[in-house]
Design a protein around this ligand. Structure first.
Ligand code: PGA
Length: 251
């Protein structure tokens, strides 16, 4: 049985006061949502503010990015140990915005995922095709390349700890959501790949989240699909009512 995970990716939004009131509201919803794991991923400067607000409650804390080196002369970067020390349990790696605007490759994603695992964090590894790739029929090839590139050389006991997020690039921030059937098809493909590589026991443990314009109006039908184990929510995670409704849809 996989516990559904509803994760809010705040991206580069909010200041401390807003972060405090939003996380307070989400903490209250999460208390009533036994059986759903709730995660907030604010920008780095808000991590401590959110941690203090959700302290001792059921909401988990995560970051949106991490550097792969443990320490050293990497101006502007943040290590996995620093995130763990700040109270993070999760970190998003390989988000399509990082791949698109910051040149992250499958190898970068693999190194970051490794660094996260070594520091005891759970990496949420993001994959997903662009509109061109979907239209020319290369979705399976692209997604398998991204997953195998990210997991290559990981030990099976580490693979067991990861979370995968399928986020079709054409659905992120566009208001266009994949239909539940379209999303389920790719989720099943990912689970099938994991099963071939690591066996059924591991494949059945790994949570695969859907991301891309998830909102209260479509969350329930997406989350009802067999291989959709939660959501990575951008825009709708910035509104307490919308994000709370998505959490309840996962119940
Ligand atoms: P969106 O973003 O919900 O605003 O589409 C999802 C994401 O990028 O993680």
């Amino acid at each position: 049985m996989r516990t559904p995970l509803i994760a809010g990716n705040w991206k580069m939004n909010l200041l401390r006061d807003e972060a405090r009131s939003l996380s307070e509201a989400i903490a209250a919803t999460a208390k009533e949502a036994d059986g759903v794991e709730v995660l907030l991923c604010p920008p780095f400067p808000l991590l401590d503010t959110v941690r203090r607000t959700i302290d001792a409650g059921p909401v988990a804390l995560g970051a949106q990015n991490v550097h792969n080196e443990p320490s050293g002369a990497f101006t502007g970067e943040v290590s996995a140990a620093m995130l763990a020390d700040t109270g993070c349990e999760y970190v998003i790696v390989g988000h399509s915005e990082r791949r698109q605007y910051f040149g992250e490759t499958d190898a970068t994603v693999r190194h970051k995922a490794n660094a996260a695992l070594e520091a005891g964090l759970t990496p949420i590894i993001c994959v997903g095709e662009t509109l061109d790739e979907r239209e020319d029929g290369s979705t399976p090839k692209v997604v398998e390349r991204q997953i195998s590139g990210a997991l290559e050389r990981l030990k099976p006991e580490d693979v067991r700890r990861i979370v995968i997020a399928y986020e079709p690039v054409w659905a992120i921030g566009t208001g266009k959501t994949a239909t539940p059937e379209t999303a389920q098809e790719v989720h099943a493909l990912i689970r099938g790949w994991l099963k071939r590589e690591y066996g059924g026991a591991i494949a059945d443990t790994i949570r695969i989240l859907y991301g891309g314009s998830m909102k209260p109006a479509n969350a329930e039908e997406l989350l009802a699909e067999r291989d959709i184990d939660g959501g990575l929510v951008g825009g709708a995670s910035l509104k307490a009512d919308d994000f709370s409704a998505i959490i309840r849809a996962a119940l």
